[in-house]
Ligand binder design. Sequence first.
Ligand SMILES: [Zn+2]
Length: 265
Amino acid sequence: MKPNPKILAFGCHPDDVEILCGGTLALLARLDCDIHIAVMAGGDVGSPVLPRFVIREQRLKEGQAAADIIGAQFHFAGGEDLEVEYNDAYRRRAVRVMREVNPDIVLTHSPMDYLIDHEETSRLVRNAAFIGIVPNYDCGAAVPPTSKIPHLYYANAIGRRDIFGRPLPLTCAVDVSPVMETKTRMLACHASQREWLRCVLECDDYLEMMQRATEAEGRAAGFGYAEGYIQHLGEGHPQDNILKQLLGDACLEFHPASTVNPVFP
Ligand SMILES: [Zn+2]
């Protein structure tokens, strides 16, 4: 492994990455990893009052500010909210970002989540991680193919359950207790979402909602606060748990087939 692995957290909307894996990114930044945060869509429906182009510009600035807190680079793939789908245009966007970063480790949404935008982003990022290396695939930008197929992890679904209400089969959980203050500051950069979530989800404080979810993940793993992941172990992807190698005791591995998995018994 290279001394400073490159991490790409590729989410759908501005704030998704901070909610799902901001703590893990903060820990990896402490280890001098090269951190990149990408969003598939610009957050252009995330306001009850502002026009699309105005709220998009504001939300991309908020995403940049959150990335700045941990010294991460911020990327916008160019998509639009509620229109993310597995098609040619979005495939090219996803592969362009994947090639621009050429990551060692990719974090993205769970293949099953409450919002189809998230699920489609998961498919697009999974595919980009696999085909970014293919020289004859034209992503429409003059950027060279990736140099390898990266480690790929899916963050736990929002709400920590699939669409049938079942827990997902996590393979590991990362103890983010020491960086909860940083994770909270990153999410607080997305100030526009406080009013939006109050409006659509009747959630009065999105920071508290994130903290409660991270605490619940921690309880299930025996940590104060945690972020859970499922490693993609499909053919062609690296099979070793690089997060465990990087984070040591802060990464608890679950072995559903052999031992008790406190999250998915
Ligand atoms: Zn989202």
